[in-house]
Every structure is written in C-alpha cells, then in structure tokens.
Design a protein around this ligand. Structure first.
Ligand code: 8YV
Length: 324
C-alpha cells in the first residue's frame, strides 16, 4: 500500500476532525497550538505533502522558499485566504483550497449579533451592570437605535452577504441595499427585495447600517477609509466580520470619537490580536475576538470540508474548493 500523505495541521482542530483525518493521512499536529513562523513554514514545505493553514498563518512569498517544494496542496481552514500569497503558490504548482458555504450562516449570525449589540448598546449596558453602576430603570437610560425596519447596506454580496440579507430582511424587515464587484442576478436580489447600487459612494449615504462581507487582501485594504466614513449617515453603524484590513482602524476610531457615525461592531482587526488603544477606548464600539465561525458545528464542518478537499486531491480528483 502507498504511504499515507504527510499532512501538517498548523493549529489544533476539533477532535472529531483530527481523528477522522488521522485515519487517512500521516497527520502531524502542532501540539504547541501557536502560529508558525516563516522559517517553520519553509521547513514544512519541504517535509510535508500538504499543509493546512488558518488565518493566523501568514504565508507571503518568502515562506515558500526558493527551491522545489514537496508540498502540493495548501488546504486552508477558513473561507478567507488573504493571508496566503496565492500567486507564489501558483508559481510553484501548489494548489490552494478554502472552506466556503459551511460558515456562512454562523458568520452572518455574528454580524447580526454585532449589529444588534451596537445599535442597542448591549455591550455598554453589560459593562455598566457588571461594574455595579446600574442605578435602575429610567426612561432615558442607554437609548439606542431601532434596527427593525432600518436600511442595511451590504458590501460584498457573496454567500455570507446573502445570509446576512436573509436574516435582516426576513427577520427584521430591513431594507437591503447591495454593492458588489459584479452584477447580482435579479432573482437573487428579489429573494431579499434588495437593490444593487453602482458604488460604495452611492450606498453609504442611504444606509442606517453598513455590513462588510467582501474579501480582504491588498485590493480591499482600507476600502472603508476616512472619506467613506464621512459619507455615512450621522448615527449610522458599521459592522465588519470580513477582514480587519478592509477598514482603516485609525479613521474609524476618529469617526467614533467625533460622532461622525453612531457606532460600530468589529469581529476582525488589522493586526489581530492587537487592538489599538483608540478602539479600546471607544464606548460606541462592540468588539469580538474573531468569532465568526466559532461554533462547534461550523468548526467541525470546516474541518471535514478540508478533509474532503485533501482526500479528493490525493485520490486524483479535483478538490471542489480550489481557489488557486
Ligand atoms: C475562521 C474566517 O475562523 O473563514 C474565515 O475566513 O474568518 C473565520 O471564520 C478563520 O479564518 C480560520 O482560519
């Protein structure tokens, strides 16, 4: 029997997935469960047939080394893969896959959570209560903004953007506006009674809430900058569950401080896990530690999706989630 492919899992995954994968592959687990560095990746690319990175693994061209690599596939645990230099992988004939679909619902749930928490001042309320500062009910205490029936702008209308529209329109009666790189089919827009606009500039002034669901990476770095924050309605809220680099955090901190916008909800940050002090100090901001896909069901489903991609590849079939 042919030797099992050598597979490196860079972080610890749900046990059920690790167990299943170890039946088929010669699995090496990173027991330290800490992000690997460039030098470790260079070695891994020589010693393994497959490497399974996560969002905490930064893989620029240097990480691939100069010579021929043994590694043939990078099966990313996550849908976003802007941490991987896919051109460098392609040049060396290394395939890259991701895990779409399985995390769309949970990520949209977290975007809704952030939207509701920010608008209804839930984080502020909980902090006040736990600190023993609550003095009792009063008509003007912690007054927030109504979510139901408000307008929601969705930037990036892929699977997660559509899951957000589903919740916001059908659950909360929100009016949906969409901005997307390409045209969205009329029947897809009709599912959420959504209108596609031509540009972000057109979308922002029309929305009470704006939720980001576009990819990260260099092309979308600081897509939401000071000028665009200025175009948002006073009192509007920005929600980011996409990638930290999509928002200029310093510009956002200023907009929150000066009250240019009403508030924000962030699940992702420019330099995770570092949070700038300016954001830490913003009361009208709800922050979560990158929890988008963090449910037992979804993290297992992501792992099994990676497993399917790997098995297909090593059994000579095209992996379904190839992105490069
Ligand atoms: C994942 C995510 O937890 O899938 C993504 O793109 O942002 C998260 O939900 C993370 O990427 C795991 O690598």
């Amino acid at each position: 029997m042919a030797a099992k492919p050598r597979v490196l899992v860079t972080r610890r995954w749900p046990e059920a997935v690790e167990t299943k994968m170890s039946e088929v592959f010669d699995l090496q687990l990173n027991q330290a469960d800490k992000p690997l560095g460039i030098a470790e990746f260079r070695d891994a690319f020589q010693g393994f047939d497959a490497v399974l990175p996560t969002v905490t693994d930064k893989l620029p061209a240097e990480a691939f080394g100069d010579g021929r690599a043994r590694v043939k596939i990078l099966a990313n645990y996550g849908v976003g893969f802007s941490h991987i230099d896919t051109s460098a992988a392609k040049e060396r004939g290394i395939l890259v896959t991701n895990t779409p679909d399985v995390l769309s619902e949970c990520t949209a749930d977290i975007a809704m959570t952030l939207m509701l928490m920010a608008a209804r001042r839930a984080g502020e309320g909980e902090r006040e209560l736990r600190a023993g500062r609550w003095t009792g009910w009063r008509p003007t205490h912690l007054i927030g903004t109504k979510v139901s029936g408000a307008s929601l702008g969705i930037i990036g209308f892929g699977r997660i953007g559509q899951a957000m529209a589903q919740r916001a329109h059908h659950g909360f009666g929100m009016k949906i506006l969409v901005q997307n790189r390409s045209a969205i089919a009329p029947e897809v827009l009709a599912r959420y009674n959504a209108t596609q606009v031509g540009s972000i500039e057109e979308l922002l002034p029309q929305c009470d809430f704006v939720s980001l669901h576009c990819p990260g990476g260099a092309a979308n770095r600081h897509l939401i900058n000071a000028q665009r924050l200025d175009l948002m309605r006073p009192g509007a809220y920005l929600i980011n569950t996409a990638r930290g680099e999509v928002v200029d955090e310093q510009a956002l901190a200023r907009a929150l401080w000066y009250g240019t916008i009403g508030g924000a909800g962030l699940d992702v940050f420019e330099r995770e896990p570092q949070i700038p002090t300016e954001l830490m100090n913003a009361d009208n901001l709800v922050m979560l530690p990158h929890l988008g896909s963090a449910t037992r069901e979804t993290r297992e489903a992501m792992g099994f999706r990676v497993f399917e991609n790997l098995r297909d590849y090593f059994e000579g079939r095209a992996p379904r989630d190839r992105v490069a």
